[in-house]
Design a protein around this ligand. Structure first.
Ligand code: NAD
Length: 357
């Protein structure tokens, strides 16, 4: 066995259907009494339901801020901070996907307030000490143990309304965290176990969700997988796939989970020659792969009926060269050397929607 270092990210997890009802007890357990609730405009009703659960347990929310936005823009964080100060809240409770979790992290790291996070997608941000923030159109990412939410409540019931298409792409976004953990420069056997278990849970449950969006069992398995994959993201140094998606999302305004879904098989096949052990392990988690992880991933994406071309999301053909230029301008640890021509070909194939080879 190769030597390794392992750091656990501390955090409390409450998992199970109906676990949202335990929120008042969680707040009381921490000796707190006045939470600020956070959501997007699309999830106001779920925030209102939370307020009702709290009020019926004699906890009066300090208020609800419902303007969480993708990529945590700084002006939104400032607006939420002013609202928070006007209400004298003593903790934050975020309910939503990675965008709302991001706002909860941004507030918590600035104020030191405890963050109770209630995820409703499979993005996995709740398990990471990472925060991406946008100012003047530029996204910067930082890592700090103080960013990690203190408590996470996974209640499958809150994911039942997640649209099927977003369930699929959000789930593949989670798998991407696990895939890159398997060949990270700081990989270790504990995180690899979680990566395989998380990928397996998602690869089995996501196609079921596509067939029957109301399957609670499939949704619960997907949520479990997303949790484990989120731990992988929070514990591992990400490589080519995440850097490419960051470049594509940031420079060409492409949607987060959808971009991850399209790029993942291509990034994997680029690295494949340099990661035989990871490819072998990954194949065991992907049904129908017959020992070939790229094939297994292509098959999964077919079953999920997701879009496969970046051009479908508005990326222009002339942007391929620009994207390749940016992708090779910053070198970072990756199992295979980052070289312009093969990277350009990777991006071209993802742009055109050709399957990864
Ligand atoms: P999101 O949070 O932007 O949600 C997308 C849309 O779906 C929103 O309108 C949201 O309100 C809605 N939605 C979420 N859950 C729903 C549900 N159960 N029912 C109905 N509608 C629902 O999307 P996301 O993919 O979860 O998060 C993307 C963001 O998270 C990006 O900004 C990304 O950079 C960030 N992210 C950060 C990390 C990290 O570790 N820092 C990890 C993953 C993603």
């Amino acid at each position: 066995m190769d030597p390794f270092e392992y750091n656990a990210n501390p955090g409390r997890v409450v998992f199970g259907p109906g676990s949202i009802k335990k929120l008042p007890d969680e707040i009381k357990r921490l000796g707190l009494k006045s939470p600020l609730l956070l959501s997007t405009p699309q999830q106001v009703s779920q925030a209102e339901d939370l307020a009702k659960i709290l009020t019926s347990a004699s906890i009066e929310p300090a208020g609800t801020y419902s303007n969480a936005t993708m990529h945590t823009p700084s002006h939104i964080t400032e607006e939420a901070m002013s609202f928070l100060h006007s209400k004298s809240a003593d903790c934050v409770v975020s309910i939503g996907g990675g965008s709302t979790t991001g706002l909860g992290k941004a507030i918590s790291v600035r104020t030191g307030l405890h963050h109770i996070c209630i995820p409703t997608t499979y993005a996995g941000s709740e398990m990471t000490p990472i925060l991406g923030e946008t100012q003047d159109g530029r996204k910067t990412t930082r890592t700090d143990p103080k960013i990690l939410p203190g408590t996470v409540i996974y209640d499958v019931d809150l994911t039942m309304t997640l649209p099927v298409a977003l369930s699929a792409t959000s789930g593949v976004n989670a798998i991407a965290h696990a895939v890159e953990a398997l060949y990270a420069k700081n990989k270790n056997p504990i995180i690899s176990l979680l990566a395989i278990e998380g990928t397996k849970a998602l690869a089995e449950s996501l196609p079921e969700i596509i067939q029957n969006a109301q399957s609670q069992a499939a949704r619960e398995k997907a949520q479990y997988g997303a949790w484990l994959c989120g731990v992988c993201l929070g514990s591992s140094a990400m490589a080519l796939h995440h850097k490419l998606c960051h470049t594509l999302g940031g420079s060409f305004n492409l949607p987060h989970a959808e971009t991850h879904t399209i790029v993942l098989p291509h990034a994997l096949s680029y690295n494949a020659p340099a990661i035989p052990e990871a490819m072998e392990k990954l194949a065991t988690a992907l049904p129908g792969s017959e020992g070939d992880a790229t094939k297994g991933l292509n098959l999964l994406l077919e079953k999920l009926k997701v879009k496969r071309a970046l051009k479908d999301y508005g990326m222009k053909e002339e942007d391929i060269d620009k994207a390749a230029e940016i992708a090779v301008s910053n070198q970072y640890p990756n199992p295979r050397k980052i070289e312009k021509e093969p990277i350009r070909e990777l991006i071209r194939r993802a742009w055109a929607g050709e399957p990864a080879r």
